[in-house]
Design a binder for this molecule. Structure first.
Ligand code: SAM
Length: 220
């Protein structure tokens, strides 16, 4: 899978993408990530990417030309299955979207900044608008990193133990990960539920199941 990310400050993403899981996916050639600096496609000597909004109002708006130039170059090199814009008023990102995106070959993610981007970009160059939640960040980079991490762990061959993924929350609607315990069995009076150390595999399986569905349900 190939993911291209377009941003005014792509440096923000270097550190999150050098973490072990994403780096492992890149090393194994399961994933390619390319960061593109929107300023490279900016206007004039100062490589301007933003301007004042028509009609007035506070904040600057990312202009259409730099995004168009950048996208045009990338689109001429390959087809993109999804052209995503990170925005707080987009579709709320969920495991369903993570799955959907993990099945694509090439996706491009545009990170906004400032007050936002020219609406013509959203209307004509983007296929899906994604939000990581109902709150406002200063830029789309960290939101894009969330999407990339959730997608990457679903790519075949990335996780050492794929069973671990199957028992994660949201893999099956209304079933969350059960409560987990590890050694020591007793710590400062706090003990592990007896059933988990009983050796009764069937009872343990049932316990995990009950605890999974009893937890708070989140729409996935
Ligand atoms: N004026 C915009 C609004 O109220 O919808 C917010 C702009 S925000 C300061 C700048 C950029 O951060 C957005 O264009 C978007 O790319 C990104 N961003 C902020 N919050 C986000 C969220 N919850 N999910 C995804 N992207 C977000």
């Amino acid at each position: 899978m190939r993911i291209d990310i377009v941003s005014v400050i792509p440096e923000i993403l270097k550190s999150p993408f050098s973490n072990s899981m994403i780096q492992r996916a890149i090393n194994k050639k399961i994933l390619e990530i390319y960061l593109h600096d929107l300023r490279k496609y900016g206007l004039g000597k100062r490589k301007k990417v933003d301007d004042y909004p028509y009609g007035g109002g506070s904040g600057m708006v990312i202009r259409i030309e730099p995004v168009y130039r950048c996208f045009h170059k990338l689109f001429s090199e390959r087809d993109y299955d999804e052209k995503i814009f990170m925005t707080p008023d987009g579709n709320i990102f969920s495991q369903k979207y993570a799955y959907e995106f993990s099945c694509k070959k090439n996706i491009i993610i545009l990170c906004g900044r400032y007050k936002g981007i020219d609406q013509r970009i959203r209307d004509h160059l983007i296929s899906k608008e994604i939000s990581i939640g109902p709150y406002v960040l200063s830029g789309g980079e960290l939101a894009a990193a969330v999407v990339v991490e959730a997608v990457t762990r679903l790519l075949p061959g990335v996780l050492n133990n794929p069973d671990s993924m199957i028992t994660d929350s949201f893999q099956i609607k209304s079933i969350n990960s059960p409560p987990l315990y590890t050694r020591p069995i007793l710590y400062k009076g706090l003990s592990v539920p007896k059933i988990l150390v009983s050796g009764h595999h069937k009872k343990i399986k049932n316990w995990f199941y009950e605890k999974s569905i009893l937890k708070k349900k989140i729409d996935s």
